[in-house]
Design a protein around this ligand. Structure first.
Ligand SMILES: Nc1ncnc2c1ncn2[C@@H]1O[C@H](COP(=O)(O)OP(=O)(O)OP(=O)(O)O)[C@@H](O)[C@H]1O
Length: 124
């Protein structure tokens, strides 16, 4: 009998999403670059002893960039199945999905600069 919440189905969905995260960082070059940048940011955050509010902002930025990267990768994979050959419409779709990642990456760099540049200037 189906209850209001199907726990097994939810656990299965988590597992599929986990596989998606693994594939993202295992096979996608850009996702690996973002992971590397994230490791540097965490090291800098610990080094400069940033506040809870600053950590929260960085975690939001990292989550946004990774999520956009995941959606961009999903769009690329879908586009490759739908149209393996060159298609001007697919170019617009892929370029626009990539733009979403770039926009969020730029905002993450700006937030990182606002947090770290004053601390770095004081330190050096
Ligand atoms: N089928 C296609 N039709 C038109 N343009 C395409 C097509 N495939 C790729 N492109 C163009 O090439 C760019 C790169 O696409 P690609 O799918 O290779 O993405 P990528 O960022 O190199 O990711 P990955 O290396 O993970 O596949 C797209 O942004 C788009 O401009």
């Amino acid at each position: 009998m189906k209850g209001p919440i199907n726990i097994l189905k939810a656990v299965r969905s988590f597992r599929y999403a986990g596989v998606g995260i693994y594939n993202l960082f295992r096979y996608e070059n850009n996702a690996r670059i973002h992971l590397l940048a994230c490791i540097f940011v965490v090291i800098a955050g610990v080094f400069f002893d940033i506040s809870s509010a600053e950590w929260s902002l960085l975690v939001i930025q990292i989550g946004l960039v990774w999520s956009a990267e995941a959606v961009n990768t999903a769009v690329e994979k879908l586009a490759d199945v739908v149209s393996p050959e060159y298609h001007p419409g697919i170019k617009v779709v892929k370029d626009t999905a990539a733009a979403a990642v770039l926009i969020l990456a730029i905002s993450a760099v700006i937030v990182g600069g606002i947090i770290f540049i004053p601390k770095a200037l004081l330190f050096f």
